[in-house]
Design a protein around this ligand. Sequence first.
Ligand code: UDP
Ligand code: MG
Length: 317
Amino acid sequence: MDPEISVVIPVYNEEESLPRLFAELYPVMEDIKRSYEIIFVNDGSHDKSFAMLYDFQKQHPHNVRFIDFNGNFGQHMAIMAAFSKVRGQFIITLDADLQNPPEEIPKLIKQMDDGHDVVGTRRKNRHDPLFRKVASKAVNNITNRITGLHINDYGCMLRGYNRRIVDIIAHSGESTTFIPALGQKYAVNPIEIFVAHREREYGTSKYSIFRLIRLNFDLMTSFSLSPLQWVTMSGIGISALSFLLVAYILIRRFIIGSEAQGLFTLMAIQFFLTGISIMSLGIIGEYIGRIYKQIQKRPRFVIKKIWEEENNDKQAD
Ligand code: UDP
Ligand code: MG
């Protein structure tokens, strides 16, 4: 029989965190007293994570399933793979690094029992480096503006989704995506609650600043065309201003004569405009890149094998 709750956890080189995750998660799930499964996705780890997940699955064959990827496809694709295999009606996503304490899971389940199809979360007293907190606040605001979504904390991955939403997400065909944003987009009755947040005690963040920026571009281009519209609008604005400037200089030339000064002003303006042009090309490029990836139709992730009760030896498709 299918379990009621599925917990989905992406894992990428988390050997330091996994023992404590197992130790904390298991009692929490047992205490809920409802049937559940835990689905780990090994996202191409090259430390001992695979062996640890393998052992844990063997110890708890009824409740634990484990999807092993053929390489590193990213956190969101790891979750996507699990979403395509879940059996529960309520699905909880959780990071492996224990920054989201498993004790908060019952809170999310309660909201889902109350009929919320997406339970978003915000990190209470977020424990991350200050610069990441400030940057992510700014990025959250910009992202909400661009995407038209209302999510206060895009980075908090301890979230709940009911099965209908998960099925919609799993069937979305985008080559790169951002799971919480998709959830929010299709939610009918979402809610956002505060959850505790801890410092990462073991291992290091798997996101470099460059990867975070990339993720955010993916998020924006996946949900909105407004950056392109800004490019067009700023082009129109700059052209209008330049036209006025040309008209002014032309008139001035007839009245006062030609001007030779102001070289550095001209350079400054030129640098500024060149900057805008390169940025605009970049924005257009982001969309072209998306189209390019999309038309390649390569698999978004490749599963090497699924370890689970019925088919511990079955090769995955
Ligand atoms: N993760 C993953 N694949 C990746 C990067 C991260 O599966 O390519 C997992 C990672 O193991 C963790 C979660 O995604 O369970 C969040 O990663 P991390 O804690 O490094 O992100 P942060 O909390 O710093 O945003
Ligand atoms: Mg983390």
